[in-house]
Design a protein around this ligand. Structure first.
Ligand SMILES: Cc1ncc(COP(=O)(O)O)c(C=O)c1O
Length: 384
């Protein structure tokens, strides 16, 4: 039986989400922009979903723009900051998801947008003092884009702290909240953020749908030329059934969030304890075993072992799905850009990310630990 511990990559859809989507696919086939009854039926589904999510996040429904997911939402935010809101400078980090860092680099290739990269502390967290220095160093209108939680190692920023700093310097603040949306609560009236992003497939919703939150008063234009959907901020016929699924996934997540957090923290602690018991020299990159890191993600650096390069493949054969902090290509370990940026890349050691979701069980974690022991057999001695 397969043990799926790659929930930071994507999650299984909740049965309740599928149940909510099916009748919409069946009966709400109208185009939400059509004025007739069948079209209006679809419009109702889209707007009810938007209202339901806005209520959960304490924002106005008009502040949520549906997108095809996290990548598009990140692109839309950075584009809006430069094209519509006059930002001439982007402060971000090389440890961001490629949806942010590549978009920022693309803009910096197009003068006059300047790119400034914030440093990280030795434990992987963003160096907020350096961010403050960068903000103070220029009068140019600036966008700060820093993710709430890193998808590979789970280091987090304090949205209130960073947002307040940005406000004090007149900078706009975008945070990629793809890994934290629906795993933490958000009060968007209280948080000083201008843009945050969401992808439904990270919390048991459908793939290919998400949203960008845009703070009140910010006027942005679409990056997709087309119809006037989403109040002209995102062209294209709305993905009605997926939007309904997204709203259902959020409702489910927030309905038992505290229980979900306790359950997953427990599984992660079980994994940490099991790994420590089995390997003398196991390490947790960026202290991903610590309480203040993203509770769904554990990034493990295994002791040197002859089979390290094959570990992901061997675990897959054992029925354990996780992901690698490094990519192996023709025998060459390339390494993840996050581990390199944060200083945790070690060519002698393989790093694997285990990420937990609501359907994982303690028995599955035990099975994963047994599989890991078989793959890295002898590593305990070799590390001594
Ligand atoms: C932090 C982060 N941002 C953005 C994305 C991209 O989201 P999507 O797959 O919905 O485009 C991901 C997904 O892996 C992510 O983990």
């Amino acid at each position: 039986m397969t043990v799926y511990l790659d929930n930071a990559a994507t999650t299984a859809m909740a049965p309740e989400v599928l149940e909510a989507m099916w009748p919409v696919m069946h009966h709400c086939y109208g185009n939400p922009s059509s004025s007739h009854a069948i079209g209006r039926r679809s419009r109702v589904q889209v707007e009810q979903s938007r209202r339901s999510m806005a209520a959960q996040l304490n924002c106005h429904p008009s502040n949520l723009i549906f997108t095809s997911g996290g990548t598009e939402a990140d692109n839309l935010a950075l584009n809006a900051a430069v094209v519509d809101l006059g930002c001439e400078r982007i402060i971000t980090s090389e440890a961001e998801h490629s949806a942010v860092i590549k978009t920022a680099e693309r803009w910096s290739d197009r003068a006059p947008v300047e790119l400034a990269l914030v440093k990280h502390l030795p434990d992987g967290r963003v160096d907020v003092a350096h961010l403050a220095e960068l903000l103070a160093a220029s009068d140019k209108k600036t966008l700060v884009s820093l993710m709430h939680a890193n998808n590979e190692v789970g280091v987090m920023i304090d949205l209130l702290e960073v947002g307040t700093l940005c406000r004090a310097h007149g900078a706009l603040f975008h945070s990629d909240t793809v890994q934290t949306m629906c795993h933490y609560r958000f009060d968007l009236q209280a948080l000083p953020v201008d843009f945050i992003t969401c992808a439904g497939h990270k919390f048991h919703g459908p793939k290919g749908v998400g949203f960008l939150y845009v703070a009140p008063g910010l006027k942005i234009t679409s990056i997709i030329a087309g119809g006037g959907q989403e109040r002209s901020m995102r062209g294209g016929t709305e993905n009605v059934h997926s939007i309904v699924g997204l709203a259902k996934a959020m409702e489910l997540a927030f309905s038992d969030l505290e229980h979900h957090q306790v359950h997953i923290r427990g599984l992660k602690q079980q994994m940490v304890a099991g790994l420590r018991a089995r390997f003398k020299d196991v390490r947790f990159n960026a202290d991903s075993d610590q309480e203040d890191r993203l509770y769904t993600v554990l990034n493990v650096s295994f002791p040197p072992h002859p089979k390290s390069g094959m570990a992901l493949f061997l675990l897959d054969l054992e029925g354990v799905c996780c992901s690698s902090g490094s990519a192996c290509s023709s025998g060459a370990t390339l390494g993840s850009h996050v581990l390199r940026t944060l200083g945790f890349h070690d060519p002698e050691r393989v790093s694997l990310r285990f990420s937990f979701g609501r359907y994982n069980t303690e028995a599955e974690v035990d099975r994963a630990l047994e599989a890991v022991s078989r793959v890295f057999a002898g590593a305990a001695e070799s590390a001594a």
